[in-house]
Design a protein around this ligand. Structure first.
Ligand code: NAP
Ligand code: MG
Length: 523
């Protein structure tokens, strides 16, 4: 058996164990951010901020401290009606959908430029709102958002139908001209979750804008700040009023009102599988088009020839990135028996070396969970794991001495497929590890596929041919070989099974925002 250099990978910078880095210069929040936080945050409708009809507000909480940093107005069906009416007017007027494609692209590129220029402010807001480090937000969240906009801005001038060779000419002895045109679906409702909310919002609006749709977006009430900042940036572009609208509020009120609205033509939702199912029911009234990006319980599969120096830190990153609050989190680790003990001891060392922190502090590896409610849910799952007989290798407790919602990186070994902690999405820093002894790819795939979700997976092996063969057998929208969760604007992203309907990103992410019209002329 090879002796794995456990200590070495902790010292090796290249393996990137420390995926959350120091904040930029430790500077205080800028006055821009302070002014932004102090504002009364209403809804962005028809190009202007309005308070809406209700007086109810929702506190915006910093999960690292539990303290209130701002507040937003709580919208409901009245505000949604106003926003949908504005979006409908803007759509029907053709002010956006019929704008010359080069001009539409220019406006999207200008929004991407603005986002980059405001990366510092956006990152600070996201850091306060969800506990992500500013550095990670700037390098991953903001850059991904700008890239998405530019990617889809590039599509605007390339959305074309096609000419069809029509066979009716054979029987009717006449010539036909058949062609298709692509048209925007119309008014789209977009509902986003609280993990990486800025990137989520931008990745939703980018294909919709490219297609020529108009938008009513509702961010998660747990993390709305950066999406409101996005609306401020949109207001600085030449995007016509009414094309992008934002309604704040609870999902069961504002989100539900969007899902059921008769004048909304399509819903794009990212969030939990349970809410996704509710949205399907709500959307039946006018048969809205629906795309759903839902939950996951993604397997990370370590074959016995995996390069452990890379695979072990990557497995740690796959689960502990954003404290496990990531739909693609590699929360089910499947390890060949030959390397099982080595992998567990490597993961234990990495997890116990992780520092816990939050922004405005120094270097840290693991941040807070989003809310008290999420903390309670994750702690309940840890109790379930213990009671189900899984072996707690490390972690398992709330971090002591901190006010915010921190949970230790937690690893359960010797898990089996019947355990709830293996079957259900926890959305926290909890890894389950299962051992397999078999080298048969069908059996390994069966273990990996034994779940209601199918969002993401990764395979770690030195034998690329076996890696590709196993990838073919995995029922999942994304499969990485020696990489986990490789997000890219051009690469389709979405889920098999109960992880969702449809795809975002890439050309496939544009299609759900388009209708195809076939036109045939009898010549
Ligand atoms: P969630 O509870 O489903 O909420 C997502 C969004 O839906 C929020 O804006 C929420 O509003 C809203 N909402 C809640 N109830 C609603 C209803 N009845 N009708 C319409 N909208 C409603 O999910 P979450 O807890 O925020 O996020 C975590 C989940 O998202 C996880 O399951 C995760 O896997 C999934 N996720 C998936 C992806 C993906 O791309 N596949 C990406 C990220 C996250 P409020 O919260 O403001 O009430
Ligand atoms: Mg918050």
């Amino acid at each position: 058996m090879t002796v794995f250099p456990l200590q070495n990978f902790l010292k090796t910078k290249a393996v990137g164990v420390r995926f959350v880095h120091d904040i930029i210069n430790h500077e205080k929040m800028t006055s821009i951010i302070q002014v932004f936080l102090a504002k009364s945050h209403g809804h962005f409708i028809d190009g202007a901020w309005v308070d809406g009809v209700g007086a109810e507000t929702i506190k915006v909480i910093n999960p690292a401290t539990g303290g209130v940093v701002s507040s937003i107005h709580s919208g409901g069906s009245a505000e949604v009606d106003l926003a949908v009416a504005a979006a409908r007017r803007a759509f029907d007027s053709g002010i956006w959908s019929k704008m010359a494609p080069v001009e539409r692209a220019r406006i999207m590129f200008s929004l991407a430029d603005l986002i980059e220029r405001h990366a510092g402010q956006i990152s600070q807001l996201e850091a306060l709102d969800i506990g992500v480090s500013r550095d990670m937000m700037q390098t991953i969240g903001v850059q991904l958002a700008a890239d998405q906009l530019r990617y889809y801005a590039g599509w605007v001038t390339k959305i074309n139908g096609e000419t069809i060779t029509n066979s009716r000419s054979r029987s009717e002895k006449r010539e036909f001209l058949t062609y298709t045109e692509k048209e925007p679906v119309g008014v789209v409702g977009q509902i986003t979750p609280w993990n990486f909310p800025f990137a989520m919002a931008v990745q939703k609006i980018a294909p919709a804008l490219a297609a020529g749709c108009t938008i009513v977006l509702k961010p998660a009430e747990d993390a709305p700040l950066s999406t409101m900042y996005l609306a401020d940036l949109v207001a600085q572009t030449d995007l016509p009023a009414g094309v992008f609208n934002l309604v704040n509020g609870y999902g069961r009120k504002a989100g539900a009102a969007i899902s059921v609205h008769g004048d909304v033509d399509k819903i794009s939702f990212t969030g939990s599988t349970d809410v996704g199912k509710e949205i399907i029911h709500a959307a039946t009234g006018n048969l809205k088009r629906i795309t759903l990006e839902l939950g996951g319980k993604s397997p990370v599969i370590l074959l016995k020839d995996a390069n452990l120096v890379e695979a072990i830190p990557a497995a740690a990153r796959a689960i502990f990135f954003l404290s496990g609050q990531n739909c693609m989190a590699g929360s089910r680790l499947l390890v060949h028996g030959d390397i099982y003990d080595q992998v567990l001891s490597g993961l234990k060392i990495i997890s116990e070396a992780m520092t816990v922190g939050a922004d405005m502090e120094t270097t840290y590896d693991i941040g807070p969970l989003i809310s008290e409610q999420q903390l309670t849910r994750v702690m309940a799952y840890i109790d379930i794991g213990v009671s189900e007989g899984a072996r707690l290798v490390t972690g398992g407790k709330r971090v002591s001495g901190r006010e915010g919602f921190f949970v230790e990186p937690t690893i359960f070994a010797d898990c089996n497929p019947d355990m709830r902690i293996v079957k259900e999405e926890i959305f926290g820093p909890v890894l389950t590890v299962q051992k397999f002894e078999n080298d048969d790819l069908d059996e390994i795939a069966a273990l990996a596929n034994d779940n209601i979700f199918g969002l993401s997976a990764s395979i770690w092996t030195a034998d690329l041919a076996r890696g590709h063969k196993l990838a073919r057998r995995i029922k999942s929208g994304q499969v990485g070989i020696n990489v986990h969760a490789a997000i890219d604007p051009a690469t389709p992203f979405g889920g098999y099974k109960q992880s969702g309907w449809g795809r975002e990103f890439g050309r496939e992410g544009l299609e759900p925002y388009l209708e195809t019209k076939a036109i045939t002329a009898y010549l």
